[in-house]
Write a protein that binds this ligand. Sequence first.
Ligand code: ASP
Length: 439
Amino acid sequence: MGIKVAKFGGSSVADTIQFMKVKDILMADPSRRYVVVSAPGKRYDQDTKMTDLLYLCHTHLMNHLPWDQLFQVVCDRFSAIAFTLGISASKLDLQSEYATIRKAMEEGAGPDYIASRGEYLNGRLFAAYLGWDFIDAADVMKFDERGRFLPEPTNEILSEELKKHHYAVIPGFYGADPTGKIVTFSRGGSDITGSIVARAAQAEVYENWTDVHGFLTADPRIVKDPQPIRYISYQELRELSYMGASVMHEDAIFPVRKAGIPINIRNTNDPDHPGTIILEKTPEGSMGVITGVAGSKDFTVIAMHKYMMTSERGFMKRVLSVLDTYDLSFEHMPTGIDTLSLVLDSKLLGNKLPDVIDDIKRTLEPDTIDVYENIALIATVGQGMTYRPGVAAKLFTALADKGINIRMIDQGSSEINIIVGVENKDFEEAIRAIYNAFN
Ligand code: ASP
C-alpha cells in the first residue's frame, strides 16, 4: 500500500473540534502515515493566529515590554486543547515544554525560534493525541548558516528518519541550521514542509487539508458559485497563482513536482469532497477549454515606440538596465514592430515613475512614450487552449460584447495562458464575461 502524507493547515487544527475531525480523517485511511501540522489558526473571524501571537511576543521582548501575559495566552490555548482531548501530563508534559520556551525567551531567543513554537507544540499535542511518534523538524529539515534551505541533505536525512516510524507527526514551518538554531520558511511555510516530507516518503499523494474545496475556476467574490477545479497541472497552477488565485504556498510545488507526486487539496470540514488534484499533466478528457481565470489590479504600462527599434542593437539590454537601476522587475513585456511595452506592478513602482520615464527618454530616445496607469491584468489559463482555434476570438468577443476595452494582450509561447490588460474599473466585469463565455 502506498504512503500518503497529509498536511493540515491552521484552520484545520485551530481547536479541539478540528483536532477530532483530523483524527477521523486519519483513522479513515491507514495509508495516511505521516502528518504535518501548522500552528493553530483562527477559530473565528476576529481571532488571532497562534503564529501572530508568537511574533507579537517576540516584538514585546525586543522592545523590553512585558511579554509574560501574552505568552500565557499561547500556553492557555494549548493547555485547553490538551485538557478537552484528555491528554494527561503523563502523556505530554506541557508545563515543562512551556518552561523551556520561557527560558529561551528570557535568554533572548530570535523570532524564528519563538514563531516556530506554535507548530512545535501543536505537533507534540497531535502526536500525543494520536499516540503516534513525534519527529522534531529541527532534526530533519536542514538549513545552512545563512538560513537557506538545503533540499538534498534534508531529503537524505528525512527519508532515513521516516523509515524508523510507521506513523509520525512532523511540525511544519521550521528546521534548523548547522548550529541547531531554528530557521523558519516564509509565512504559510508548513505547506512546504508537507511537500518535502511527501518527497522523502516517496508518497503516492501529498494531501493538503485546508478549509476550502480546492481551486475554483474563478474568484467567488467576483463570480457567483464558480465551478471547482478537479484537475489542474502544475504549470496552470503557477500561472493562476501568479495572478492572485492562492490556496497553497507557491514554493510547496517544487519538492513534489520533482518527485512526480500529485498534490490533493482537500477540505477538513467536508472530507467526502474529492477536492482538487494538482499534477504534471491533467488526465485526457478531464479538461475543459479553460481551467481558470484570475487576475490582479494596479499595474502600470509604459509603452514606447521607436522607428526601427527592432534592428537597433542593444535596445532591449538598455531597457533592462534602466529597470535594474531602479531595482524594478517587470511583469510582462509585450512587443510589436517598433513598439515595446513594459508592464510593471504599480506598488513596486511607487514614486519612481517620473525618474524611470526620464531615464528611458535619455538612454533609449524613443519617438513616443505613453504611460497607462490603473491597469488590471487577467489571465485565462488552460491546457485545453493549446492548438485549439477560436479560443482567443471567443475571449475577445466576450469582452467586446460588454463594451470592455482591451489595453494589452499577451499570449505566452506555451499557449496555455492569454493575458489581457483592461482598466481597473472593468476588472470584475471582464472576469465575469470571460468566465461566462467558457462555462
Ligand atoms: N504558522 C505559520 C504561519 O502562520 C506557517 C503555516 O501555517 O503554514 O505562517
